[in-house]
Design a binder for this molecule. Sequence first.
Ligand code: FMN
Length: 474
Amino acid sequence: MASLTIRKLDDTLKAYLRLRSARNGRSVEEEIRVILRDLAEGGPEPTETPAAGSVTVTAPVPRAASVASEPRITLIIGGGIAAYKALDLIRRLKERHIQVRCVLTRAAQQFVTPLAASALSHERVYTDLFDAESEFDAGHIRLARDCDLIVVAPATADLMAKMAQGHADDLATATLLAANRPILLAPAMNPLMWNNPATRRNVLQLRRDGVHTVGPNAGEMAEAGEAGIGRMAEPVEIAAAADRMLRPLLPRPLAGKRVLITAGPTHEAIDPVRYIANRSSGKQGFAIAAAARAAGAEVVLVTGPVELGDPQGISVMRVESARDMLHRVEAALPVDVAIFAAAVADWRVASEGSQKLKKTAAGMPPLQLVENPDILATISRLKEKRPPLVIGFAAETEHLIENAKAKFARKGCDWIVANDVSPATGVMGGDRNTVHLLSREGKEVTVDSWPVMTKEEVATALVSRIARAVGTAS
Ligand SMILES: Cc1cc2nc3c(=O)[nH]c(=O)nc-3n(C[C@H](O)[C@H](O)[C@H](O)COP(=O)(O)O)c2cc1C
């Protein structure tokens, strides 16, 4: 049997394998095993040849055989100003393990490109009813039926009028008319268009026909100075509505598991008005909580002071200090998985002033610091109620892997997620993260370095990895 040294692969292949393995929540070695197994079983080849003359974009990450069981949505993007939000919707759906195949109307292509939709969905994008490449076997019928749900976002006044009348003069309307799957519309238009009697009649007719809707919401319009009902529902709302309609079909690898997550900074009071804090935004911890929830877990989120709203379906406890956080964490046990993503202050002042500290002639008041409880180490070392999987975060500004390995050795947890939070990375408060997952194989510490990803993508990859360790995923 030949052996393979990953270090010796060329850089492009290494980068591809890292991206693919991170997205699927596997180590690079596991990912290579899956690719080889898929090929041996006649699964998809890792590259696809684009059809001549079509708008196909080869996906950077091919569909693994294991995702064939994921539900699929045909997403029809209409020609409204909110079409740009449909691109975010693709990402939100994929975070929920839903495959997305896009159809763009001619008008939609004035607002977003097929290339962008294809790059985000990792699938070919369809635009033309009379496309010889896809219509040789009645492609519009496949788009209508080879999916579990059809979502139209933004659903323009024009598309809804055509649907209500049964038109089929382009790919989007022909697909909708040929559909035997549930349809979810996310209308988006100017409030005058939404309130126009014609639109009212069309929406009523569509609802009578069994079509579902999400939104529109009230708010500011793109047109200066206009507001009212007509804004498309936010991508997360549309994804949640689609998720609810697909619920029986969605993989829930953490169903029946209880997951505890900490997030955000802690505030350590100096006196009633001042405190010691750090720059953590809580975004990574909140994203992990949402991903764990989407994977079917019961989620408890203990968060320090952050400017983020409560994610849906999650039990959120808001605390101030490290000691409050520890109490809440202990009260939440037992759990199957504990993920400590909070940036807990290492120190607090020895004695908090009961009144605001004043300037005095004697100069600065001495601030003596004492150590805070170490939440990760405390929970990792519990004799009773120790969660079967304890994951810590290491936020470092230098010698990342070296410091993370030392922390791993000290704390007694099962995995460490190390990230570089030095100001140049923009990780603290930003939307992206580059992480390294430290785990053990026997006595060896292994380090999986994931490529730069959004915090949501990191969360999804981490939750997939957790599901493999403790869940029902294979
Ligand atoms: C700048 C601009 C913005 C538009 N925004 C919307 C919109 O938000 N909602 C809508 O229903 N129509 C909007 N329209 C009109 C549609 O683009 C037009 O009705 C088009 O025929 C819709 O085609 P489709 O439904 O096939 O995508 C907009 C048009 C322009 C030029």
